[in-house]
Design a binder for this molecule. Sequence first.
Ligand code: UDX
Length: 433
Amino acid sequence: MNLTIIGSGYVGLTTGACFANVGHHVMCVDNNPDKIAKLLNGEIPIYEPGLEEVVKNTVGAGRLRFTTSTEEGVDFGDVIFIAVPTPPQPDGSVDLRFIEKVAREISEVIKSYKVIVDKSTVPVKTGEKVADTIKRYQPEVAFDVVSNPEFLREGCAVDDLMHPDRIVIGTNSDRALALMQKVYEPFLAPILVTDINSAELIKHAANSFLALKISYINAVSQICEASGADVEKVAEGIGADKRIGRHFLNAGIGYGGSCFPKDIAAFIAISDQLGCPFTLLKEVQAINVNMMQRFLKTIREALWVLDDKKIAVWGLAFKNNTDDIRSSVAIELVQALLKEGAKVTVYDPKGMENAKQLSWAGQITFAESPMGCVDGAEALIVATEWPEFASQDFVEVKRRMLAPLIFDGRNLLDTTTMKDLGFRYTGIGRGVA
Ligand code: UDX
């Protein structure tokens, strides 16, 4: 099939590349000429394992191309996917101006029947508005609007796209459904067909539920700390129940990234607008913010004064396997340490280039390795769950540090091992060893 993706950001580019990978012909559109020039030049603007290879192969096979022209894209595709940003507004609701703009642009150039698919994460009822907008500006040409939310995780996006748990298709048109089924046929994944509103809601409800699981175990971790229990054992015990599951029960300094914080705020906002305040999710947010504050307090209590102390931080990305530092708790933590006068040295396997672009980057020292980062440090903080941090030589780490203090914000290290090596080790919900 010929498919068009409007918006070649994280979701758009990876989705387009994976569609091309299964044999479709894909045109990715973006209004940023620099981004398109880079892509045409074979440069991938983001770090995502496996993506570069898929893009290279599919471009080489003539199945993936790029353009800045919406008209060219709309002419090309039988199905047009909208994957533009949906940033948050100050009150948490979603700024839908980019979606609205694309709807208007499509209405200006559409010449024959197209299926227009909302891939961006949007509040329930957005599909209806997209359809109204296109119809208002272009009443002649037939089209259908479909909601098809994306569930990919950064760091394993290609795998998530190639082997999805499920595909959700929200539509009330048989014609559109038949085309969408053809798009997804090669993925051999279960397809759930719903109305548009339900599909939109599934995305917000899924992300909020995952965040709720994280905040739940984080709240439990506080009770573990107060009672001397170990949250890792508790997570194992409750996660072994198939109805609960072990995934997303990793206690830590909280969730971050470009999705969870934004999507939960958006779900709260749309629920408020619909007259059904989702107060449970407000608690999920509050617990998340509190985790970082509690962690800081623990560090402060151990070091007493942070001013002028050299602190090593392992991790900047919002999670492992990505260079993405947007809404990263690790970044917030570094900022908080700097505010208290600490001298912060950081290391992250992929996130440092993005961090160097921050306006306050000059206040931190970027190390070239995890080992270089801990030289002369009075404390080591683990802020991102990169597996390579766990496999460091901790005898050498201890030798290089000024004092053997580790604060593990991701429960990445083993308590007993750290204690046996002579560290004063503090995790989340595990007590102090
Ligand atoms: C998330 C959803 O998982 C994905 O389905 C959706 O499409 C986009 O949002 P992503 O933001 O890429 O994906 O990352 P995810 O792996 O979900 O992690 C989000 C945050 O939660 C990270 O900061 C991570 O460190 C944290 N996390 C995750 C925990 O603190 N504990 C856990 O058990 C799991």
